[in-house]
Design a binder for this molecule. Structure first.
Ligand SMILES: NC(=O)c1ccc[n+]([C@@H]2O[C@H](COP(=O)([O-])OP(=O)(O)OC[C@H]3O[C@@H](n4cnc5c(N)ncnc54)[C@H](O)[C@@H]3O)[C@@H](O)[C@H]2O)c1
Ligand SMILES: [Zn+2]
Length: 359
């Protein structure tokens, strides 16, 4: 199967695709290895994939967004040191984006960096977060405030893991897949629109594999020459400016990738009303790319304009007076503006609510 090579200033690494779980057996050859596994993944696969693992070499990590902090990282240091972790050890993390962020941070700081293999098990981690070098922790109420750049030495990606995902987690990953395809130009956008029914149906593994590969290639194209996120990589925040605000006003009840879908709808309305996106393209994207994948609709309370305005003002990347928004425009180009006003937010939010039928 395919291998994607990623160039990084820290170290080059590869994403190795696999349609079997055989790579797990090969891990047994790695000296001084230690596994950190998402507790839900552990529960699902303990008696099958993980039945041969030595319990002394495993730490099972309970997964909750509010455990993505320095305390949990310290729990990892504690367990590792109690098992005599050495500088030449290899940490093998198996799980979604939360495991990636926590264990990546631990791997980047322990002995100033140890070997680290990541096995992404959610759709979001496979199609999006596994590449990009970022590790992020929450601090109090500040999401992803603390972090490092530290890519894994290797990523092993088996889409079969996604079969056991709950629908809400699957559709969260699908939101990021849609975002990346729309950022990949007209042809990829059309490919997405034709494969979306299969992706929504969750039964076509070939369509899923292809969508994951293409998503990573698009992400890679935006990261190239901007690994440390000072320019073009920022466009990957498409759908996230308004999306992050919805995540926060919903108390994180709207899954991340679903909030991104809502964020893309919002940005498309602004682009259409500013004359930057034709009504025809707007309608096509709504009908064939965004609406079919929107499974978590926010309620009126979660779309309160004042709360959204306050949340958008917190954007880490904001520099001007207005709010930041990344928009897809005609010709499948992306632009970033920082002049979204309160009034435009209000009217766009009203139009969004009418469009998706908010109760
Ligand atoms: N570092 C980055 O570049 C980056 C990028 C995007 C997102 N993130 C972070 O990733 C996190 C979200 O990641 P996520 O969406 O993967 O969520 P997650 O890690 O919370 O996983 C979602 C749920 O799926 C469960 N799960 C994992 N694999 C499973 C499987 N194979 N079968 C059944 N259940 C499974 C988990 O236990 C969890 O309950 C957020 O904290 C976000 O900030 C990081
Ligand atoms: Zn995202």
């Amino acid at each position: 199967m395919q291998i994607i090579k990623v160039h990084s200033a820290i170290r080059d690494y590869e994403v190795q695709f696999s349609d079997t779980f055989d790579f797990l057996e090969a891990f047994e050859e790695i000296p001084n290895r230690f596994y950190i596994i998402d507790s839900n993944v552990w529960g699902l696969y303990r008696d099958s994939l993980f039945s041969r693992l030595d319990p002394q070499l495993v730490m099972v990590l309970p997964i909750e967004e509010d455990r993505k902090n320095l305390y949990t990282v310290m729990e990892i240091y504690e367990v590792l040191m109690s098992r005599s972790a050495k500088r030449n050890m290899t940490m093998i993390s198996i799980g979604g984006g939360i495991v990636q962020d926590i264990t990546g941070f631990a791997a980047s700081t322990l002995y100033r960096g140890i070997n680290w293999i990541f096995v992404p098990t959610t759709l979001l981690a496979q199609a999006d977060s596994c590449i990009g070098s970022k590790t992020s922790l929450n601090y109090k109420n500040y999401k992803n405030l603390v972090g490092t750049f530290f890519p894994p030495n290797q990523i092993f990606l088996c889409p079969r893991f996604t079969k056991t995902l709950k629908n809400e987690d699957y559709f969260s990953g699908l939101g990021e897949i849609i975002k990346l395809h729309l950022m990949g130009g007209e042809q990829l956008a059309h490919e997405l629109m034709s494969s979306l029914p299969a992706l929504v149906g969750r039964k076509d593994s070939a369509a899923l594999l292809s969508a994951i590969e293409k998503s990573l290639m698009v992400k890679l194209s935006y990261m190239q020459d901007d690994e440390f996120d000072t320019g073009k990589r920022n466009l990957l925040n498409s759908g996230h400016c308004f999306g992050h605000a919805v995540e926060s006003t919903s108390g994180f009840n709207i899954p991340h990738g679903q909030a991104v879908v809502i964020g893309m709808l919002f940005a498309n309305i602004v682009a259409k009303n500013r004359g930057l996106m034709s009504s025809a393209l707007f309608e096509q994207l709504y009908q064939y790319a965004l609406q079919p994948a929107l499974t978590a609709k926010p309620n009126r309370h979660q779309l309160d304009t004042d709360a959204l305005f306050a949340a958008m003002k917190m954007d880490k990347k904001r520099t001007g007076d207005g709010l930041v928004l990344i928009m897809l425009i005609d010709g499948f180009k992306l632009i970033r503006t920082d002049d979204l006003s309160y009034d435009e937010l209000t009217s766009t939010n009203q139009e969004l609510q009418k469009l998706i039928g908010v109760a």
